[in-house]
Design a protein around this ligand. Structure first.
Ligand SMILES: Cc1cc2nc3c(=O)[nH]c(=O)nc-3n(C[C@H](O)[C@H](O)[C@H](O)COP(=O)(O)OP(=O)(O)OC[C@H]3O[C@@H](n4cnc5c(N)ncnc54)[C@H](O)[C@@H]3O)c2cc1C
Length: 234
């Protein structure tokens, strides 16, 4: 529910809302904010990849997934927010300061059912935090993320085994070229599933590409759009 009448927002907030207190915000890589929050967990606790809705204005909310949960403090969570967009979600994240309070809507965590055991995790900047949460501590997965060119070097240093593809003027174009080359080079050999996250129109192109080149079957590919060209919120 990216935009809701104030009364509906108030009902959702009464049922699922909780206060998040900002512990700190840093910019670890150009174009990304690492947001640390403290909030009472819902039933079942906080989990990496947990989907949260933040009230970013009185009538608008935006979704962000948990990247990290502090193993020693069950109420401390971290998000990785990409700051390339120019809507209310990005403005909200850029204005967060330590000590500020924000409203989080969250239910019990429902993990995404993922295909395969050696997966391709592919997306853009908006998906990096979620991809990190999915692949952290697990080996054998292949990760490719389209990111702002200015961030490539720092990201590659932090995640040396991931493929960081410098974005061009249009979302998804650079990743299409990377996919073509990766398939030709055999980089995707042995992959038995894929999770595609991020820009809606690009995910469809990448999915079609994987099917056309017979890398994977339809059932082995899961897509989840996070944003779309010309659309506010998803
Ligand atoms: C389930 C789910 C989980 C998500 N998790 C995360 C997360 O963990 N981290 C994260 O950073 N984002 C995440 N997102 C995306 C996030 O919710 C917002 O869409 C994003 O922050 C942009 O919001 P906005 O209000 O600034 O822009 P909007 O008001 O949504 O859009 C304004 C304009 O910017 C464009 N736009 C939107 N996003 C981008 C982008 N990334 N690059 C270029 N142009 C863009 C839109 O097409 C539109 O024209 C998630 C989305 C969903 C649905």
């Amino acid at each position: 529910m990216p935009t809701a009448p104030a009364v509906l927002g108030a009902i959702a907030e009464a049922l699922l809302g909780r206060t998040g207190r900002v512990e700190g915000v840093t910019e670890p890589f150009p174009g990304f904010l690492d947001v640390r929050l403290r909030a009472d967990p819902p039933p079942g606790g906080w989990h990496p990849t947990h989907e949260l809705q933040f009230r970013v204005t009185p009538t608008r909310s935006r979704r962000y997934n948990i990247r990290t949960v502090d193993p020693d403090h069950a109420d401390r969570i971290g998000l990785l927010v990409a700051t390339r967009a120019n809507g209310p979600g990005t403005t909200w994240a850029k204005n967060l300061r330590a000590g500020a309070e924000t409203t989080i809507l969250a239910g019990r965590h429902i993990p995404l059912r993922l295909p395969g055991t050696r997966r391709l995790h592919l997306g853009d900047s908006s998906a990096l935090g979620t991809i990190d949460a999915h692949t952290h501590d697990r080996t054998g997965h292949l990760v490719a993320v389209e990111v702002p060119p200015a961030a490539v070097a720092a990201l590659a240093q932090r995640w040396p085994h991931h493929h960081f593809v410098p974005a061009g003027p249009l979302p998804g174009d650079a990743m299409e070229h990377w996919l073509e080359r990766a398939i030709d080079a055999g980089t995707l050999d042995g992959i038995d599933g894929a999770l595609l996250l991020g820009h809606a129109q690009s995910l469809q192109r990448h999915r079609t590409h994987l099917l056309r080149r017979q890398v994977l079957t339809r059932r082995a590919i899961v897509t989840k759009p996070y944003w779309a060209t010309g659309k506010e919120g998803l």
